[in-house]
Design a binder for this molecule. Structure first.
Ligand code: GTP
Length: 390
């Protein structure tokens, strides 16, 4: 009996539990809970990004976007039209003021004295030497002047001026000063610009390009002075200003390869003249000789070197003359560009440098302005020295 009772109790408990379970299962909304997710769980980052993208797209379709700023076209430097080279020396003659007072007026005053004794002749000689005319030309001039003065006897101011003019012109000489820049049919003429750095070499190459463009020529510049990147930058600026192509290499590149490329570019572009700026800062003459020789040889694989222009600083006197001699030994210099003649009392260097090198002064630098390089004209030069408007 007790066994039945226990069984009944167990069955009742099971029945109660089952009834409770059924109640829980079938009560309204009483589904099994979904896997729990926090109600405000942050979405995965990718979802967020997608949503953001969508938002942007939606915005783009519904609102008119502000006009996107149009990038301005790259500012091209304005290409200048330089003036032609003719008549520049006349325009720049006033720049010779210091040579005019030291050399021209000094000599005029001395030679106009009533009595020309030994002391005065010594002063005349000294004036010429101080103006860098050079010993040989000074002695020749003084001798000639002595003879002529004796013949004249008393002298008017005009006569003295005439005498001096004649003597200075005789010393400067009658040489062919035209630049060798005639192109050879399809090939351009090639000008090598040589000289010590600091003399105005790069500036002269740039000014020359500019003046040739002014004369209607098409010019290519070669920056074969690869020692200093700044020199190539400088040349680039000169070229850009007048629309001349500039060929350059990396800093320290082989100058000969830059010269070669510039020549090739000149041929390809049917240029009239290729101007190559070379390096001047070499420690030994052998190094200089090797480098300039190589530049010339390499250019001559494609064209001919028509003009070797030696740039000399007029203010450096005898030091400049020594440099000139080294270059003249290394390359066959065909013309001299005498820079910084403005503001120096040493205008006589025109005479001595030609005498020393046997090469004509073809160009003169008369200032830092872009058009301050002029073809050298002896008569204009002498008249400017003597303060004669000619
Ligand atoms: N007053 C005057 N200054 C000049 C003349 N020619 C050149 N110069 C100045 O001389 C300085 C040197 O000129 P550069 O052309 O840089 O000399 P560089 O020989 O090429 O020297 P690197 O650039 O080092 O190769 C510059 O300040 C020029 O403006 C000139 O005829 N008159």
């Amino acid at each position: 009996m007790e066994g039945y009772l226990g069984l009944i109790v167990i069955l009742v408990v099971i029945a109660l539990l089952a009834a409770g379970g059924m109640f829980l299962l079938f009560r309204p909304g009483g589904r099994a809970a979904p896997p729990t997710l926090p109600p405000e769980q942050a979405p995965a980052p990718e979802e967020e990004e997608v949503r953001e993208g969508t938002v942007v797209e939606e915005t783009a379709t519904t609102t008119v976007p502000p006009p996107s700023p149009v990038a301005p076209p790259p500012v091209k430097p304005k290409v200048e039209v330089p003036p032609p080279s003719a008549g520049r020396m006349v325009r720049l003659r006033a720049r010779l003021a210091r040579s005019e007072s030291a050399l021209g007026r000094g000599l005029l005053e001395l030679l106009s004295r009533d009595r020309l004794d030994e002391e005065v002749w010594e002063e005349i000689e000294e004036t010429l030497i101080m103006a860098d005319v050079g010993v040989g030309p000074t002695q020749a001039m003084v001798e000639e002047l002595r003879t002529k003065v004796k013949v004249l006897g008393s002298r008017t101011e005009e006569e003295v001026r005439g005498l001096l003019r004649e003597q200075l012109l005789a010393q400067i000489g009658d040489m062919d000063r035209t630049l060798n820049i005639r192109s050879h049919g399809e090939r351009p003429a090639v000008v090598l610009v040589v000289g010590v750095n600091g003399t105005g070499k790069t500036t002269t190459a740039g000014k020359l390009a500019r003046s040739l463009v002014g004369d209607g020529k098409k010019v290519v510049l070669g920056a074969a002075d690869t020692f200093r990147a700044a020199a190539a930058d400088q040349l680039q600026t000169w070229g850009e200003r007048v629309g001349a192509e500039v060929v350059r290499g990396a800093e320290g590149a082989d100058p000969a390869s830059v010269a070669f490329d510039a020549t090739a570019k000149g041929i390809a572009d049917k240029a009239d003249v290729v101007i190559i700026d070379t390096a001047g800062r070499l420690h030994t003459k052998t190094g200089l000789m090797d480098e300039l020789g190589k530049v010339k040889r390499v250019v001559e694989k494609k064209a001919t070197v028509d003009e070797v222009l030696l740039v000399l600083d007029a203010t450096t006197g005898q030091n400049g003359m020594r440099q000139a001699q080294v270059f003249a030994e290394v390359v066959n210099v065909t013309g001299i560009a005498l820079t910084k003649l403005d503001g120096t009392a040493r205008g006589g260097i025109v005479i001595s440098v030609q005498r020393e090198l046997g090469v004509p002064v073809k160009l003169v630098g008369l200032g830092e302005g872009p058009d301050d390089l002029a073809p050298f004209e002896p008569k204009v030069f002498v008249d400017a020295l003597l303060g004669d408007l000619g």
